[in-house]
Design a binder for this molecule. Structure first.
Ligand SMILES: [Fe+2]
Ligand SMILES: [Fe+2]
Length: 273
């Protein structure tokens, strides 16, 4: 398992350096703000994304603590953290360089981040890999929708931002899926049980941390509907992992037989389809 994780990490790193490397200085056409005025709805969506990415110290420290002792996973987590740090930064730059928000506005956005900490939503590395596969895919889907919206409106700055950030998120999702594939090879039934548990209790990192998270995403057009989550996140993840819906339903039934296991809406969605 360790050897396979090492290979996954090196592949991830090689692609990250060769194909995905970008920075806010050279790869975002900031001068194009002149061509199309930024949209307030995009700015409000970008604000939520920015704050969600600002919880990076918690994501990193909690993740590193869990992975301590596995040099390759620590390497991945560190590279992942660098990439995530660029996401919050580029969103903040969009908000300020566009003139949509002032430095004081950003300080106000940041303030609650210092007061509330994110903690790991699941207990084990295997469950967190399942969570990473779903959460990163959901984040990619949300950013892809924003890229499409930006292209349709002619906002080339936002389109470039969501292109680069989205390609990072897609790579993160693929890495976590690869980890889960290794887990499935080792213990298929246990891993599917974990995936079922994660789906039933899934929520995005900012949910419960950022005030009015869902309302703000909905009003800015920045969120994902339950249907989109099912179609763009859950089903493609199952296909990639080669897990049938029948297997997942069986795991959900087993889980529900245990009266102490909580159930959430995501699990219900897949049960009904
Ligand atoms: Fe991100
Ligand atoms: Fe990510």
């Amino acid at each position: 398992m360790r050897e396979k994780i090492r290979e996954l990490y090196l592949d991830f790193l090689e692609t990250a350096d060769a194909k995905r490397r970008w920075n806010i200085f050279n790869d975002i056409p900031w001068e194009r703000f002149d061509s199309v005025p930024p949209s307030e709805a995009v700015a409000r969506a970008m604000e939520i994304y920015c704050v969600e990415e600002m919880y990076l110290p918690d994501y990193s420290s909690e993740g590193l603590r869990m992975l301590r002792g596995n040099f390759d996973m620590v390497g991945f987590q560190t590279r992942w953290a660098f990439e995530e740090s660029q996401h919050g930064l580029v969103f903040r730059e969009y908000l300020t360089r566009s003139g949509m928000r002032t430095a004081d506005d950003i300080a106000e956005l940041e303030a609650p981040v210092a007061n509330r900490a994110w903690s790991l939503p699941f207990d084990t590395f295997r469950q967190m890999s399942c969570y990473g596969a779903l959460q990163e895919a959901a984040t990619y889907s949300a950013y892809k929708a924003q890229k499409d919206r930006a292209l349709a409106s002619g906002d080339q700055v936002a389109a470039a931002i969501f292109h680069h950030v989205g390609s990072d998120e897609a790579a993160h999702a693929a890495f976590y899926r690869s980890l889960t594939k290794l887990d499935l090879e080792e213990d298929r039934q246990g891993t599917i049980a974990d995936l079922s548990h994660v789906l039933a209790n899934f929520k995005m990192p900012g949910d419960g941390l950022i005030p009015d998270y869902h309302q703000r995403l909905e009003s800015s057009g920045g969120g994902l509907s339950a249907r989109t989550f099912l179609e763009k996140v859950i089903l493609p993840t199952l296909t990639s992992l080669r897990i049938s819906r029948a297997e997942l339903k069986l795991a959900a039934r087993r889980r529900n037989a245990d009266a102490s296991a909580p159930r959430g809406s995501s699990g219900a969605a897949i049960d009904q389809n």
